[in-house]
Design a protein around this ligand. Sequence first.
Ligand SMILES: Cc1cc2nc3c(=O)[nH]c(=O)nc-3n(C[C@H](O)[C@H](O)[C@H](O)COP(=O)(O)O)c2cc1C
Length: 448
Amino acid sequence: MDVRGKPLWKRMAVDSGGTGRPPALSPAAGLRTALAVLDLGMVGTDSSRRAVPSAGATHPYECYVLTRDDASETGLYQADPGRRTCQLVSRGPQVAEALCQAALALPDGGAVIVLATRPWLSMRKYGDRGYLYTQLDTAHLHMNLVLAADSLGGRVVLRRRPPGLEPLVREHGECAEVHSALAVTALSAGHSPDPGPPGWVVRDARRHSPRQQPHWLERICWESLVTHPEGAAAGHPGAFLHLPMTVRSTGRAPLVPQTAFSRRRSATAFAPGTVETRDVHGTVDRAISVLDAVLPGEAPPYATLVMRQDDDGGDDPAWPAGLTIRWRPGLPDDSVTEAFMAQPHLAGTSAVLLLHAPTASLIDEAGGSGLWTVLFRAGALAQAVYLEAAQRGLSVTGVGGFDSERWKRLAGLPADHDVVYAVAMGVDTPDVPKLDRLAVAYAQNERS
Ligand SMILES: Cc1cc2nc3c(=O)[nH]c(=O)nc-3n(C[C@H](O)[C@H](O)[C@H](O)COP(=O)(O)O)c2cc1C
């Protein structure tokens, strides 16, 4: 839309677009299952932060739930974790058909949770780097939801970039890209949500949410991502189809206990000092095993752990296979701050997990899946690190503001690799203001 011909004042005008309050619905069993998983894995218990980290707290994604109602009709709901509202936006055979195309079945009493990215929410703050953060943030969330469902006793089938769902979510968010889906069965007995309203407000918004045109800035962001104009979805980086993976909970303890989810937080700074090597070791080791349980048979991301302290020998068994350790006790704070793009609150970090990949695998001129796959695994592993660190009282934060070349030199990484993500670990400090974190801003009339 060309807005330049309009008087500036007219461009600033807004209208509510609403036509009264949509009628309330009573959620059926499948929706209650999904909302219980979202409560644990997305919303969290602390009103000041969500259950997952996000670069600059932008949370650049949308969440949809597909499930059957009491009349056995399949509906598409859009869930807003901030407001704890869930809106029925579509119902009918087209929703069931989309599930078929995605090769996902609706379990009895269960649901399919779909995540769609809205890259501009991060790109408006970080420019092109925001697309990296969008992918990492959404991988964090996807992994957390899989682990939350598992810890509530559900069995999960997960799909990455499934086909068929795009038209459903695009109708409600034109500049959105389907990231992943997970089908979750009814939860085990002790965790099944009460039949009453789960603290969420559920409404039938089919006649009340007129389709909104994306903001022209959002459209420009979206169009800037199209690298291969000949294909629609294939035009965006990483169009890809993955076979379903199943995470079975039968007969084993949850991969992550429920208590870990509410303890998760990002460190706002690190105090100078050293941490127990065994805590870092145990955290990274366990995170790699959890990722392997969720994505069996897939190679974990290349990972190098920089330890800014001497090897204290410990009584630990071997470090996990595939993880490279660099002992760097003399690494000055100034070098760390510079390599973290002048973020002084990260200077005191005791250990840095660098996730990296061959540059060639990240640059796929044919619009393939390399970049997307690397970023998915990096974000998913980092989420497992957060959850394990939370249980050990190890302070941790994901870091997207890093200088890849500097870290390559400091850690002796292969010259033909790039760092895609870093996770800093260390000694906790009392909270200080975290500069990149502002409250998630809801603009008036923001589409949700
Ligand atoms: C992809 C990603 C990149 C991040 N980059 C940084 C960073 O460069 N510096 C930093 O201090 N925190 C960084 N964070 C942490 C966020 O600031 C933090 O998640 C956000 O403020 C919300 O806080 P919470 O995780 O405690 O909920 C990053 C988080 C993610 C997921």
